[in-house]
Design a protein around this ligand. Sequence first.
Ligand SMILES: O=CCCCC(=O)O
Length: 470
Amino acid sequence: MPIATTNPATGQLLKSYDAMSDEQVDAAIERADLAFHQLRRTTIAQRGRWLVAAADLLEAERDETARLMTTEMGKTYAAAKAEVTKCATACRFYVAHAPEMLADEPADAGAVSAKRAFVRYQPIGPVLAVMPWNFPLWQVLRFAAPALMAGNTGLLKHASNVPQTALYLEDLFRRAGFPEGAFSTLLVGSDAVEKILGDPRVRAATLTGSEGAGRSIARIAGRELKKTVLELGGSDPFVVMPSADVDRAAEVATTARCQNNGQSCIAAKRFIVHTDVFDAFAERFAANMAALRVGDPMDEGTDVGPLASSGGRDEIHAQVRDAVEHGATVLCGGELPAGEGWFYPPTVVTDLTPRMRMWAEEVFGPVAGLYRASSYDEAIEVANGTSFGLGANAWTTDPAEQERFATDLDAGNVFINGMTTSYPELPFGGVKNSGYGRELSAIGMREFCNTKTVWVGEGAASAGAGAHAE
Ligand SMILES: O=CCCCC(=O)O
């Protein structure tokens, strides 16, 4: 895939780049390694000042950065501006909370026959971040902010269709004051990843992307004995039970499915509705979906912009056609629009069966699958009947049922009477083929730390839990 910016709203190629040479990549890894030895010796307070500067820059440059993202991958300008703001918020969150997240944790010294015992969190070195195009700023920031605060350095291999956003990120951290090499963008194709991850100076990898990409990174990292965090696809269920507020559920369902033009791993994709409220929900949901305005993503009135690539659009249309050919019913959408740009109408498909691709595959666009369930048990069976386990939503006002959903839904994130959303305060990640490890919160920050046990016996006068530079 060429490293290039192509505007999805027009299909026009705007800018392309040559891939970096092996020598350039090697020099970037060397700079990341040198910067790591420098960064780990700076104080948390110093790193916090640099990250605050990055947040300030993000806020000051919000509109032009948002325009860049919209031009590169087609998300609406409004969504892109919100993404920039969320990134700045996450930076500030880690500045405020890193001191407590990275503080030494005293343990029960007596229980382990020590004078003192504690846990110290230390950075592990340069981390390779392989990132996707759908939230081109946020997916990177949510790795970079905690990683840099902990004293790690970052090497970004971004998706090939967002090179300008990738270069902006490198520039952002440099201008914020982080040492040269603390965060570098590698303009390379995915064929370069194996060599980079095999380099002994690169200590770990984080990937947000497809299941296939996750398997590939995990294979290489396994061979190299390197830590990975993998955030892969999802086919999130959105269950609606009889006690739910059906109007509100149908409204949030529409947002949950069509956020980011339907291209989010945590978008709700399978809507599993109890028979008692199925018809009412289906009618409102299809009406809401059909009413969304599809068009120029720069226009403030647009709800749904184009898909990021023509291939992505072909794929979801093929999934819809396959369902129809096998007997599914389309309640709205489902037709390829004429004209330039990779637009696709919000679509609702029902009467799905396991023979259809949509039953088992992730649908990465504004296409909803609608399923009927006659009981709680059947709803859980359909909800969990997927190889994915990223997010899951359930709508019910019955407290006992809420408890059951929280336990029974097989997912990394369960949202009751809401849609799955990532917050810096909460861990984020999946189970099953949606990956492993967590991003965000203290748990995400510590994924790339050495959780070091320190045991101090009698005779050591000064060591002990207290302040440390990292
Ligand atoms: O594709 C993954 C989407 C994650 C979006 C988020 O963190 O809000």
